[in-house]
Design a protein. Structure first.
Length: 195
């Protein structure tokens, strides 16, 4: 950073194994991804009191599927708290991204999250309803396939899901409460495809 802070690389040099893992990851990231990670961590470290309260709400409101494989937060298309936070913007996006990544690490050693394989956030972004997904392992491809099949069978409104083996997303081109609920339940019902 500009303020003479220690870079993650410098901090990690003391821990040889962690440094090796970090370097391997670092080399796989694009410049854009590195910039995004830096931006997100800057946002998380500079949250306003209202944003801190929102972040706490997100973590405290997390639900887990019955099989324990998916942890998720869901804001209905017309959620009051989501709208009060300005809906989908760089700040709320960073908070939800941080939530998905932290839940997978389960730093609070919370029993509910011990078998979680993927973390998701459902929310309105402009005129669509979205899901953003992070997974612990490279296990999302079968999951997307199954979710796509379920949506093709059960949902009449255009919708989509896909992405990389460890992260991705989906959307439904509707803000109708019922459509969005079906979109969410079809996705969550595919948790058995996360190995």
């Amino acid at each position: 950073g500009k303020k003479g802070t220690i870079t993650p690389q410098e901090k990690l040099k003391e821990d040889k194994d962690a440094y090796e893992v970090f370097n391997n990851l670092y080399q796989k990231l694009s410049d854009e991804q590195i910039a995004q990670i830096a931006k997100d961590s800057d946002i998380i470290s500079s949250l306003t009191p209202k944003e801190k309260a929102f972040r706490e709400y997100v973590f405290n409101s997390a639900k887990v599927t019955n099989d324990g494989k998916i942890a998720y937060i869901a804001f209905s298309p017309n959620s009051k708290i989501w709208n009060e936070m300005g809906a989908d913007n760089t700040r709320t996006s960073a908070i939800l991204s941080n939530f998905r990544q932290e839940i997978l690490k389960n730093p609070f050693d919370d029993e509910r999250f011990k078998n979680v394989k993927a973390a998701m956030a459902f929310y309105r972004a402009d005129n669509i309803y979205r899901v953003s997904v992070h997974s612990k392992d490279e296990n999302l491809i079968d999951f997307y396939e199954e979710a796509k099949n379920k949506m093709d069978e059960n949902i009449d409104v255009p919708c989509f899901i896909g992405g990389h083996p460890t992260r991705g997303g989906g959307k439904i081109l509707s803000l109708d409460e019922q459509d969005c609920r079906e979109f969410m339940s079809n996705i969550l019902s595919c948790s058995q495809n996360l190995h």
